[in-house]
Design a protein around this ligand. Structure first.
Ligand SMILES: [Zn+2]
Length: 127
């Protein structure tokens, strides 16, 4: 299951970004996942829970934005979104095309973090 190693590297890069931001906890990670990325979404979500254990991301939510396959069709002179990944033909004219514009994405687009402990009152007055 290579999703676990993918989840581990996602968690590592998100944790680095969180530490740079001075975060104490990551609450959400936003990921763009292309239909051609070769990653099984369910397996990735499952692996994510394992990979986040003991990190700043423990208990956080992985929010996956599914990116469909987009092909460029020379005949139609436009980019067309495929309904699936079975058939690499332009859905408009039926010609096969191998120019993939989108669908291979596997990237973190953002993280949501907690910088301070919002559950406890902030110290006021002289410190
Ligand atoms: Zn076409």
């Amino acid at each position: 299951m290579h999703e676990l190693s993918i989840a581990v590297s996602l968690v590592e890069s998100a944790e680095q970004a969180a530490r740079r931001a001075g975060a104490r906890r990551v609450t959400q990670v936003f990921l763009r996942l292309g239909a051609l990325s070769g990653v099984a979404k369910e397996a990735l979500l499952f692996s994510y829970d394992i990979a986040t254990a003991g990190t700043l991301l423990e208990g956080s939510l992985l929010v996956i934005d599914d990116v469909p396959v987009v092909l460029r069709c020379d005949a139609c002179r436009r980019d067309v979104t495929l309904p699936g990944i079975q058939d690499f033909r332009c859905p408009l004219c039926g010609r096969p095309t191998a120019q993939i514009v989108a669908g291979r994405e596997l990237e973190i687009t953002g993280i949501e973090v907690e910088v301070a402990d919002e559950a406890s009152p902030q110290p006021t007055g002289c410190v």
